[in-house]
Design a protein around this ligand. Structure first.
Ligand code: CA
Length: 232
């Protein structure tokens, strides 16, 4: 089955580069250079995934994301310049799956697309419960975490935080999403909790917590647990 990608990007050179690269990978690519074109194609081209630039000549990507989220769980990956960080975070919180900051490597985009497509529908279906990456193994159902086969003891909060990241492995999870899901909606401003518990998790799960290889920081946005091995 050929997967259809809707690419909404007003930069002509980047649009053509991405269209060519994605076509080579076997995707069927529909391109839009404006918000209006994107809205029209989203309705008529039945895409399986949307790549969405935020800064468009006739508006911003937010409007299209809102339209899509009203009726689908279609994966949406934001592609944006570094500026507009606040908007980018708001859009991740509003249901975008991931983001890439320009300029980015096409290989990285393809990897993020695979993760987002794999996660499609998991918002409704029972989520991933097994995770493995190098010596780290997590079994959410059994409540078990091990490193090189040896059990690692986590506190209940550390486990909840790790579990939330495992369910979105490979994808960025914003500070707000983590605080809401682990501590509760009234704790969304308490980013110091996150820093503290992420530090504890890294101390237990990383070879060098100062140079994390698995629990990655997305500066200003949130955290990303690297993709599980053996998925995909
Ligand atoms: Ca743009």
């Amino acid at each position: 089955m050929t997967l259809r990608v809707l690419l909404v990007e007003d930069d002509t050179a980047l649009r053509q580069t991405l269209r060519d690269a994605l076509t080579v990978e076997g995707y069927q690519v529909h391109t839009a250079a404006s918000l209006a074109e994107g809205q029209a194609l989203a309705a008529h081209a039945a895409p399986d995934l949307v790549l969405l630039d935020l800064g468009l000549p006739d508006g911003d990507g937010e409007a299209l994301l809102a339209t899509l989220r009203r009726r689908t769980t279609l994966p949406v990956i934001l592609i944006s310049a570094r500026h507009g960080e606040t908007q980018k975070i708001a859009l991740l919180d509003a249901g975008a799956d991931d983001y890439l900051v320009k300029p980015f490597a096409v290989g990285e985009l393809l990897a993020r697309m695979r993760v987002a497509l794999r996660h499609r529908g998991t918002r409704l279906a029972p989520a991933v419960t097994q995770y493995r990456q190098g010596p780290l193994a997590v079994d959410l159902a059994a409540h078990r975490v091990s490193l090189d086969g040896a059990a690692v003891h986590l506190t209940p909060t550390e486990f909840k935080l790790l579990a939330r990241l495992v369910r979105s492995a490979g994808q960025v999870v914003t500070h707000r999403q983590l605080l809401t899901d682990v501590w509760g909606a009234e704790f969304t401003e308490h980013t110091q909790y996150l820093r503290l518990y992420m530090g504890q998790l890294r101390a237990k799960l990383e070879a060098d917590s100062a140079e994390p290889q698995r629990l990655l920081t997305e500066p200003g946005v949130g955290y990303r647990l690297v993709e599980s091995e053996g998925d995909g």
